[in-house]
Design a binder for this molecule. Structure first.
Ligand code: HEM
Length: 130
């Protein structure tokens, strides 16, 4: 079987099927979080899960099938705080752990997502010219 020292992050997440399971777990947690759920009241969750799964697959070095919006544009004007972002990262870590992903790979995912914090949150976006 695949040696984990050589497997790509995408493989360690279980490829497309593994990522789909993680994304299911992630949005179950997000919609169960009373701080985060209100952001998604108008959202078609089937589409949202598909976009997130494709985005994560590409971010993990898998196939680049993401055709959604630029993440700065997708989140602009929603008033998302740094604390909201950190809660989502926490739920992602829990969903990854529940899916059996090892701690090292979870840290890699979190590390890959952290640069998005200023892109997605209102706090720092207000200080940027973009
Ligand atoms: C690492 C963090 C995040 C990633 C990778 C991410 C990823 C995405 C992606 C791929 C989309 C779809 C864009 C499209 O449809 O073209 C999206 C939309 C969205 N995200 Fe995020 N997101 C993150 C954090 C957050 C946070 C912290 C919140 C709020 C608490 C949030 C709320 C939303 C909302 C409300 C939408 C629009 C849903 C709709 O179309 O109705 N996201 N996000």
């Amino acid at each position: 079987m695949t040696d984990t020292t050589e497997a790509t992050l995408y493989q360690r997440l279980g490829e497309g099927a593994g990522i789909a399971a993680v994304v299911d777990g992630l949005y179950t947690r997000i919609l169960g979080d009373e701080t985060l759920a209100p952001y998604f009241t108008e959202t078609r969750m089937v589409d949202q899960k598909r976009h997130m799964a494709l985005f994560l697959a590409a971010a993990a070095g898998g196939p680049d099938g993401y055709k959604g919006k630029d993440l700065g544009v997708a989140h602009a004007g929603r008033g998302i705080s740094g604390e909201d972002f950190d809660r989502v990262i926490g739920h992602a870590a829990s969903a990854l752990a529940e899916a059996g992903v090892d701690a090292d790979a979870i840290n890699q995912v979190a590390g890959a997502l952290m640069p998005l914090r200023p892109v997605i949150t209102n706090e720092v976006a207000a200080e940027q010219t973009a």
